[in-house]
Ligand binder design. Structure first.
Ligand SMILES: [Zn+2]
Length: 371
């Protein structure tokens, strides 16, 4: 059997086999833990790996190499690692060869497959060739011009598509207004997307010696309509000759794919572990509400985006501001309302709250059943 290499810079090559053994043991241990869990637990079963660009769209151009070829090689390696080391995950690619795939189709593939995570892999370009490093993006409104430039550059892929103005509902990749509503509407999975993005950046920094340019937000069409946590990874700058050399080498691609693989393995473990626990606050009355937005930026409850709603409430969870509308003690009622609210906020979903805290929905439902 042919084993894939899971490697990183921080170790010597001669201890590679030892590491491989440790890794396999760890994966087995993780599987054992998962095996003991009950069936109702949330599991990461399917991942979509999206190699950016392809075919007539080369993406960013280095001096010798094209983004489309580099990211395809990394995507295929990542998929191979996941298939080889994690048994219970299905890997789906948006492309496995040098073909052109419309941006909207990439999200469609993930939605139709009911994927649990969408990973879009890219390489960057900047006019200043000294800039290097990796960035991992989640969908959101850009807070600086640099992030906006990256989103514009990646979204320009739609210009290779036929009839893109009607396809993307009049979205203009160069107009900053186009990005505002567009970015706020897709954030149901912001928290999980941020969690995965941080794991990826940490792996790049600590284990592959990349310059950490951080987790960022911007409006990417390829992430727009995905109905699962999703990230877009910029694996480095092809405008930087050292980084072009690294990313175009087999070893560099192995390092990058291995780092994303480890981030994925940790993310899966964290999510599946987390869903075993919940913290129930018993003093306050249980209410059901509908979460419509979560954002790293604080919004005003009288913001025009909430104009159709009166009872908007903000919940602060870690570094995120979450906004919910409607409030009822009846689960049936809130589910009915959810359908209405989704006309305004496509990704709106039911949450359970006690006082100022959002609590685990499945625990809240158990509590109702016991009443
Ligand atoms: Zn790209």
């Amino acid at each position: 059997m042919c084993q894939s290499k899971i490697i990183d810079f921080s170790r010597q090559k001669h201890v590679f086999l030892v590491l491989l053994a440790v890794l396999i043991t760890n994966v087995t241990a993780v599987n054992k833990v998962f095996g003991q869990d009950n069936n109702s637990q949330y599991k990461i079963k399917r991942v979509v790996i999206d190699a950016g660009h392809g075919g007539k769209d080369p993406g960013a151009l280095g001096k010798r190499y094209k983004e489309k070829d580099i990211v395809l090689a990394i995507a295929l390696k990542l998929g191979t690692y996941i298939k080889e080391y994690i048994d219970d995950v299905e890997v789906i690619y948006t492309r496995k060869d040098d073909s052109f795939v419309d941006l909207y189709k990439r999200g469609d593939i993930a939605n139709k497959a009911h994927a649990d995570l969408f990973i879009s892999i890219h390489a960057n370009y900047y006019s200043n060739s000294r800039i290097s490093g990796t960035e991992t993006y989640v969908m959101g409104l850009h807070t600086n011009d640099q992030n906006f430039e990256v989103a514009k550059k990646e979204n320009a892929a739609i210009s290779f598509e036929d009839d893109y103005t009607t396809r993307y509902e009049g979205f203009d990749p160069n107009s900053s207004e186009s990005y505002i509503i567009f970015s706020l509407l897709q954030n149901t999975y912001l928290e999980q997307s941020l969690d995965f993005a941080s794991l990826v950046q940490n792996q790049f920094k600590k284990r592959v010696n990349r310059v950490d340019r951080g987790v960022r937000q911007a409006g990417f069409i390829v992430l727009w309509k995905t109905t699962m946590p999703s990230v877009l990874i910029e694996t480095g700058y092809l405008s930087n000759s050292g980084e072009e050399l690294f990313l175009s080498s087999e070893t560099g691609q192995d390092y990058i794919a291995s780092a994303i693989f480890r981030a994925f393995r940790d993310y899966k473990q964290n999510i599946e572990h987390k869903s075993n626990f919940s913290h129930l606050n018993t003093k306050e009355a249980l209410r059901f509400r509908i979460q419509v937005i979560s954002s790293r930026k604080q919004l005003k409850p009288d913001s025009r985006i909430f104009k159709a709603y009166e009872d908007v409430k903000e919940y602060k969870v870690d570094n995120l501001y979450k906004y919910a509308v409607c409030s009822t003690s009846s689960y049936e009622e809130v589910v009915k309302k959810q359908a209405e609210v989704r006309k305004d906020f496509k990704g709106a979903f039911v949450i359970a709250v006690k006082g100022n805290e959002i609590i685990d929905l499945s625990e809240a439902l158990k509590e109702i059943d016991n009443q």
